[in-house]
Design a protein around this ligand. Structure first.
Ligand code: PEP
Length: 250
């Protein structure tokens, strides 16, 4: 069985100006050798400055979204190549907030992920069910459908990470039971292996949704959880540091 490098990824969402770079400095000082991969995805305005701040360390920097096209008349959008040029190595695609706020479909997410790959970025492709879908027993069907529709045909373990983020757990403090997380992650793993073979076995699966230092260790002990995508708790070095430490120990 391949060893999958553990990844703690922070999604700062629409938070942070230059003053917030001090959190990165604190994180680097407290975890110079974190024991797992650490990625922060700040707003696009901070990608370059954060990449400069992280120079000489192992910290990775990513974007939160990219356009599916290389360039063109798309006011306000950022291309994958622009993120790479600014110092990003990763980009989140298909976050549920983008799917909800901007009507992004699985096909859009697949196109964006292909654009990320073409620019040499690792795509962190997000999927997850609503509370209503969970309550009607549709979780595996919904997540499986999103996985099939959003992950490009040419995805590999080197260019793709999948994040399972139940929408009802994002920013709410509600977390699925460990059994529920295991059920989804095991199902996603089986689907990835059926589609991509060994690459599917080696692809990282992150859990996301109200991960905190207090619950991180138990979540990281769940089968097929290779790390976390963290929103709110990634904004403060002390909280994200606690999650990184838990992942390093997992
Ligand atoms: C997210 O936005 O990807 C997320 C998981 O947020 P939070 O950790 O705040 O629930």
């Amino acid at each position: 069985m391949p060893t999958r490098p553990k990844l703690a990824a922070g999604n700062w969402k629409m938070n942070g100006t230059a003053a917030a770079l001090s959190e990165v400095a604190q994180l680097l000082a407290a975890h110079p050798e974190p024991g797992c991969q650490v990625l922060i995805c700040p707003p696009a305005t901070l990608v370059h400055r954060m990449a400069v701040a992280a120079e000489g360390s192992d910290m990775l920097i990513g974007g939160q979204d990219c356009h599916g096209a290389v360039s063109g008349a798309h006011t306000g959008d950022v291309s994958a190549a622009m993120l790479a040029d600014a110092g990003a190595s990763h980009v989140i695609t298909g976050h549920s907030e983008r799917r909800a706020d901007h009507g992004e479909t699985d096909a859009d997410v697949r196109t964006k992920s292909e654009a990320a790959h073409a620019a040499g970025l690792i795509a962190i492709i997000c999927i997850g069910e609503t509370l209503a879908q969970r309550e009607t027993g549709e979780t595996l069907t919904v997540c499986g459908g999103q996985l099939d529709g959003s992950v490009p045909e040419a995805a590999t373990a080197a260019n793709t990470v999948v994040a399972y983020e139940p929408i009802w757990a994002i920013g709410t403090g509600k977390v699925p039971t460990l059994e529920q997380i295991a059920e989804v992650h095991d199902d996603l793993r089986a689907r990835l292996v059926a589609r991509f073979g060994d690459e599917g076995e080696a692809m990282r699966l992150l859990y996301g949704g109200s991960v905190k230092p207090a619950n991180a260790s138990e979540i990281f002990a769940v089968s097929n959880v290779d790390g976390a995508l963290v929103g709110g708790a990634s904004l403060k070095a002390a909280d994200f540091g606690g999650i990184i430490a838990a992942l390093a120990d997992a």
